[in-house]
Design a protein around this ligand. Structure first.
Ligand code: PMP
Length: 393
């Protein structure tokens, strides 16, 4: 044991993670520190920051189904899907999700993130080519890396670039992967043109419909249904259960043989604990509510269009929303952060996107529409965003 004065003489002990302090200083200097802030269970804040697009996360039928599932099956699923982690709720949700969206089969995952990793690693592979939109979600970027495929990142929403890339690799097994609705600006991918390029070159198309499901297509059946691509033998969809379905988890939808392949080859399916029964039961109840209320999808789109119209009429810059996301430009990361904080002071929660989460370095306020917002809520949100808008916005 060193004596106390010996320890003091040696100075504070150096540890393996001292280097993180230099990183923290760099983040602070750039104004890019992220902090966790627990929200209140019950609050007067108006929430336009979450992804509960259809307002179902607190729907009494959804929370009751989640609670019932936990009581009946336990708080956890107890094991991986292939061992003990599959309940009747999982298989029911898979059957009903596939049927609702117009696909042959579906497979439920513990998150949308692991669903994307599964689709890309099991359908990509060392010898294949993956063509990925530059604005794709981080989980797709990670899926491409994990697949160890040759990845060609093409300019955002550019089907011609996709076509040329596929043309340059004749006879190669290939996948094209895109978000259906991009999470930063809320714009839609050119799905029909992408599918055309895939068909011409025998490539598979993987579409992450995290932001399209529940919002786009007939009754919320999603962007692929809207584009007439649901059930196409060359098309696979990935979903999260955490946005329109108000729960937690993910899914892959596609031809039965593709789903069968994922069960046998996707490591994030095989080695991950199955989705918790409460999340599964909650998602299933939400899906049934969406089926019973096809107007929800239209309502959320109307709210998004109204928000966008009111904010741009007043002089703010925002891309026209194709789904529920309304993204408003901010003059700088610091201004975006202050703007979001000022909104919160006035009772409105909005998202704030800053580098490195924005592909073009432009910071934004991100407002998400919800089907259950009243006209008064929308007015209050618009008034607050305008009142707090920084110089140069
Ligand atoms: N894809 C997209 C486009 C997303 O926005 C998200 C979630 N933010 C995910 C995938 C990941 O889904 P999850 O949160 O269920 O892991």
């Amino acid at each position: 044991m060193p004596q106390a004065d010996e320890t003091r003489a040696a100075g504070p002990r150096r540890t393996a993670f001292d280097w993180t302090e230099a990183e923290a200083r760099r983040r602070a200097q750039a104004g890019l520190v992220r902090t966790l802030r627990p929200r209140e269970a019950v609050s007067d804040l108006l929430d336009l920051a979450g992804n509960d697009y259809l307002g179902l996360t607190r729907h009494p039928e959804v929370t009751a189904a989640a609670a019932d599932a936990a009581r009946r099956w336990g708080a956890g699923s107890t094991g991986s899907r292939l061992v003990t982690g599959t309940t009747a709720l999982h298989t029911r949700l898979e059957r009903e999700l596939a049927a609702f969206c117009g696909f042959e089969a579906a497979l439920v995952f513990s998150s949308g993130y692991t669903a994307n990793l599964a689709a890309l690693t099991a359908l990509g592979g060392r010898d294949s080519l993956v063509v990925s939109d530059a604005a794709n979600h981080a989980s797709i970027v990670d899926g491409c890396r994990l697949a160890r495929a040759e990845t060609a990142v093409v300019p955002h929403a550019d089907p011609e670039a996709v076509r040329k890339t596929l043309e340059a690799h004749p006879g190669r097994r290939a996948l094209v992967v895109s978000d259906s609705v991009f999470s930063v600006d809320g714009d839609k991918a050119p799905l029909t043109a992408l599918a055309g390029a895939c068909r011409a070159h025998g490539a598979g198309l993987v579409v992450d419909d995290a932001h399209g499901f529940g919002v786009l297509g007939d009754g919320g059946r999603g962007a692929l249904h809207e584009a007439g691509l649901a059930g196409d033998p060359d098309v696979v969809a990935t979903l999260t259960l955490s946005k329109s379905l108000g729960s937690q988890g993910g899914a892959v939808l596609g031809p039965a043989r593709v789903i069968e392949h994922l069960v046998n080859a996707a490591r994030t399916f095989i080695f991950d604990t199955g989705l918790a029964p409460a999340a599964t039961g909650g998602a299933l109840a939400a899906l049934r509510l969406i089926e019973a209320a096809p107007r929800l999808a239209e309502q959320v789109r109307t709210v998004a269009t109204t928000l966008h119209g009111r904010l741009t009429e007043a002089g703010l810059t925002a891309a026209r929303p194709d789904a529920a996301v309304v993204s408003v430009r901010a003059p700088s990361p610091e201004a975006a952060l202050r703007w979001a904080a000022d909104c919160r002071e006035l009772g409105l929660m909005v998202g704030c996107f800053r580098p490195p989460s924005v592909p073009d370095g432009i910071s934004r306020l991100r407002l998400t529409a919800r089907a259950d917002l009243s006209a008064a809520d929308v007015e209050r949100a618009v008034g607050t965003v305008l009142r707090t808008a920084p110089e140069g916005a």
